[in-house]
Ligand binder design. Structure first.
Ligand SMILES: Cc1ncc(COP(=O)(O)O)c(C=O)c1O
Length: 403
């Protein structure tokens, strides 16, 4: 089983390509939670996530023949970029199979790091099958995203950096997909101090590791559904599962709504951009998904910042809705002059800012003499939303809340 010596050995190799990322005290989140929050800013890592660490360490183990034949893997995102850059830096040819739906930004980034991208299949499983075909046909080495001890040892170097920068850390909180990151980090952290708590976090819609731990054996989820696409994994690895079982204290889950809120808070308050999986560890602290004491030193790992800009726009909207700062409503007006003005006046008096307005009178569902109005509104929190809706109702409007 993976031991700390392997993680310590990985460090020198990893640091030839990756950078040591900052550990940053957060006033905002410390105040909000009562704990002492130190954010491990792995979103600032090269390629935008920690994956470069594991890939670099794994590739360093290739012998001359394997180096000559090249590597192959399948990934929809961060692992693709990590393997691409690690291989390029090692002078090894890389082929990366990505599902056809993979965001253009990720495909382009992977290509820019020097890998050949093969677009294949509608999902990760079919991309993976193709990658294994290439492995067999071309004699390439398959670089697993998590279930390989050399990959885990590379990811574990984040744990060493936390120990160096923050020897008093009480609890380290780590996102979990297949479990490679947490297996490596827990190995490093527990070897240094068995009292350091290691908490894993999964999305409610992709919680196979959490359930596997409860059950005592690996379970597989046929479908996964979360905005944290980096950790949308249906089944833990067999090696990672054994390590997690032994070295991780607890795995908790949080909702997509909480992930979106934390992502928006990080952006707005800490000026820190993360992807869904990068926000989930902090979301677990904010949501009190596990117990902690006042002033306990808690280190959430913000392990990735690769978010597609279209996804970011949707997540920001969702985060604003969660905070009561964005409201979309529909109502019906009499189709006569001044009807819209009367509605707008109520909104103005209530200090709701209108972002957008759609006025529809031709749809067949609307009665003749009526008109439908859809409004995008900037609001000031849940209380404001409640007051606004009550005011509209008191004035005789039937309001449907769309988001
Ligand atoms: C940003 C981010 N966080 C966390 C993880 C989880 O890593 P693991 O699959 O090793 O548990 C991933 C995996 O791709 C990721 O991209």
């Amino acid at each position: 089983m993976l031991d700390v010596a392997a993680v310590l050995e990985a460090r020198g190799r990893v640091m030839e390509v990756a950078r040591q990322t900052p550990l940053d005290y957060s006033y905002t989140f410390s105040e909000r939670t009562g704990a002492e929050i130190h954010l491990k800013l792995e979103n600032l890592q090269r390629t935008g996530s920690f994956k470069i660490r594991g890939a670099t360490n794994r590739i360093a183990f290739l012998d001359d023949d394997e180096r000559a034949a090249g590597v192959v893997t399948a990934s929809a995102g961060n692992h693709a970029q990590g393997v691409a850059l690690a291989a390029e830096r090692a002078g090894v040819d890389a082929k990366i199979v990505m599902p056809e739906y993979a965001p253009v930004s990720k495909v382009e980034a992977t290509r820019a790091y020097g890998a050949e991208v093969v677009l294949h299949g509608v999902n990760y499983d079919t991309a993976q099958e193709r990658a294994h075909e290439i492995e067999r046909a071309e004699g390439r080495t398959y670089i697993h995203a998590f279930d390989d001890e050399r990959v885990m040892a590379g990811q574990g170097t984040i744990g060493l950096e936390i120990i160096d920068a923050d020897p008093d850390a009480d609890t380290v909180v780590v996102p979990v997909g297949g479990g490679g990151l947490i297996a490596g980090m827990a190995t490093a952290l527990k070897a240094d101090d068995p009292e350091t708590r290691v908490i894993g976090v999964q999305a409610e819609g992709a919680s196979a590791m959490a359930e596997s731990l409860q059950k005592g054996s690996r379970v597989e989820h046929e479908t996964v559904d979360t905005i944290a696409d980096g950790i949308a994994v249906g089944k833990p690895g067999s090696h990672t599962f054994e390590i997690v079982r032994k070295r991780v204290d607890e795995i908790v889950t949080v909702s997509d709504a909480a992930i979106a809120r934390t992502l928006v808070d990080l952006l707005e308050r800490s000026k820190t951009l993360v992807e869904g999986a990068g926000a989930i560890a902090l979301a677990a602290v904010v949501e009190e998904a596990f117990d902690y004491e006042d002033d306990e030193v808690v280190v959430p790992a913000l392990c990735g910042g690769n978010i597609d800009l279209n996804v970011l726009r949707n997540v920001i909207t969702r985060g604003l809705v969660e905070d009561g700062r964005y409201l979309k409503i529909r109502t019906t007006l009499k189709d006569r002059p001044g009807a819209l003005e009367a509605l707008v006046e109520i909104l103005a008096d209530a200090r709701a800012n209108i972002y957008g307005i759609k006025h529809e009178r031709t749809s067949l569902d609307i009665g003749v003499g009526s008109t439908d109005v859809e409004l995008d509104l900037e609001t000031r929190g849940h209380e404001h939303v409640a007051r606004l809706l009550a005011e509209l109702e008191a004035n005789g409007y039937e309001v449907e809340v769309l988001v």
